[in-house]
Design a protein around this ligand. Structure first.
Ligand code: MG
Length: 457
């Protein structure tokens, strides 16, 4: 089923359990991963999915067979495992998670010693070892050992607490409702925020791999129970996580959910107000709001290709302390340059406490733009030619080519057309001051793209 195609997508390997992602596959990919980690010590964790133990045991066997020692930390959010991998000086880390995908999916995310997901070069190396069956098989006397490791979540929570003003948060007496989607966010955030002095309520907080409460993708439409709980408890804030709790989506005190571009704007504003002149890293699909805030607060925006690992690595490269994505992924460098739902939550409650403002008012203080997304099918082999033709046709416009083609218009609206790295599609994103304008841009360029694709087939 997984013959000679890319195994790693934007965030690790994903598939349907016992179809794409079988125990045999997990064993062999574990062996392939173990080969590049060269007898190293590997931290291993998983999210709350029903298939977690099946895949985690198989990956562990593969790693040990290749000579690596495995340190199992059981269920844990991805950013907590990333933090432990770095601070405990492991050679690598692996989380068995499919993040926001539905319950039948699972996946494998691989971290380097710095806690950030491995580079695409290493992914390709693992894939080659897997397909050519060149994985290392250690002699019986040098197979790896299995160890149990505890304390990762406690260390992680203590580290987050050190980055915020605990006294101010405690004094604000905030009420917060948390919705971890019946997954591993439940292991960290409710107790973290309670220890910071918030009054915490929860919904969907028992871990259940069938995700009975809602899908692990925190869309605005799926957060009804959380919004209702915020209103009923008259809380100041609601927080929803995705399946591995690296992304957070916030609900204001009126029970209104806000997409991740808003929370990123709020964090960026307060970060730059306190740290003028700093750099902020974000993908080209993010709102120009990021730039407006940076101009107002004397910051500098560094634009990247789309992908959380790209943002992490760019932050290290340009020495930036803040990164963000529109999907609720916020990267706080002083803690660790990876997207982190619990760290983001602590930053947001700190902002509420310090400003004394309501979340809805903080949102109102941001520049308003509308973003719309869509996609167009396109065979992989013609993507490049279609992009070249598109560039030819847009010579008159202001164009950026950080990732795909981004065309700017005089009224500050833009459209971004980028080929997906994993699927035979083009992704389209547009932003404008009105919803109608974003829709118009998308339909106009869908038409153009379809014409170009047709002419290239
Ligand atoms: Mg995730």
């Amino acid at each position: 089923m997984m013959e000679q195609r890319r195994l790693f997508g934007t965030n690790g390997i994903r598939g349907i359990v016992n179809e794409d992602l079988t125990a045999k596959f997990a064993l062999e990919i574990g062996q392939s991963i173990g080969t590049i980690f060269n007898n190293g010590r590997i931290l291993l964790g998983r999210d709350g999915r029903s298939s977690g133990m099946l895949l985690s045991s198989a990956v562990a066997s593969g790693l040990m067979s290749a000579g690596c020692s495995v340190y199992d930390i059981d269920m844990i959010p991805t950013p907590a495992l990333q933090y432990a991998t770095k601070t405990w000086r492991f050679d690598g880390g692996i989380v068995i998670t499919a993040s926001h995908n539905p319950p039948e999916y699972n996946g494998i995310k691989v971290m380097d010693a710095d806690g950030i997901e491995i580079s695409s070069e290493k992914e390709v190396e693992i894939e080659e070892i897997y397909y050519e069956r060149r994985w290392r098989i250690a002699g019986w006397e040098s197979i790896g050992k299995m160890n149990v490791k505890t304390g990762a979540i406690q260390d992680y929570k203590e580290a987050i607490k050190r980055h915020v003003d605990r006294e101010k948060i405690e004094r604000a007496q905030l009420k917060v409702v948390i919705d971890p989607a019946n997954s591993v966010g439940a292991l960290v955030s409710p107790s973290l925020l309670a220890e910071l002095g918030c009054k915490v309520y929860t919904v969907n907080a028992n871990i259940d791999g069938s995700f009975p409460g809602r899908n692990p993708e925190p869309t605005l439409e799926s957060l009804g129970a959380l919004c209702e709980a915020v209103r009923a408890s008259r809380s100041n804030l609601g927080i929803a996580y995705d399946g591995d709790a690296d992304r957070a989506i916030f609900v204001d005190e009126t029970g209104q959910p806000h997409w991740g571009d808003k929370s990123f704007g709020i964090v960026e504003k307060f970060f730059l107000a306190e740290n003028p002149g700093e750099k902020v890293v974000t993908p080209v699909s993010s709102s120009q709001m990021v730039n407006e805030i940076a101009e107002e607060y004397d910051g500098e925006v560094v634009w990247t290709k789309v992908g959380s690992t790209i943002v992490s690595r760019k932050m290290l490269e340009v020495n930036a302390k803040l990164g963000g994505e529109e999907n609720g992924g916020i990267f706080y460098g002083p803690h660790l340059a990876v997207r982190d739902g619990a760290m983001t939550s602590a930053l947001i409650v700190e902002i509420l406490a310090k400003t004394g403002k309501k979340f809805s008012n903080l949102v109102k203080g941001l520049p308003t733009y509308y973003i719309h997304k869509d996609k167009v099918q396109c065979p992989n082999q013609v993507k490049q030619r279609v992009l070249e033709r598109l560039l030819d046709e847009t010579k008159e416009d202001r164009v950026e080519t950080v990732d795909g083609v981004k065309i700017w218009f005089p009224d500050k609206s833009w459209i971004l057309i980028r080929p997906s790295g994993t699927e035979p599609i083009f992704r389209l994103y547009s932003e404008a001051k009105t919803r109608r304008k974003t829709m118009n841009l998308i339909s106009k360029y869908k038409f153009t793209l379809k014409r170009l694709i047709k002419s290239k087939l």
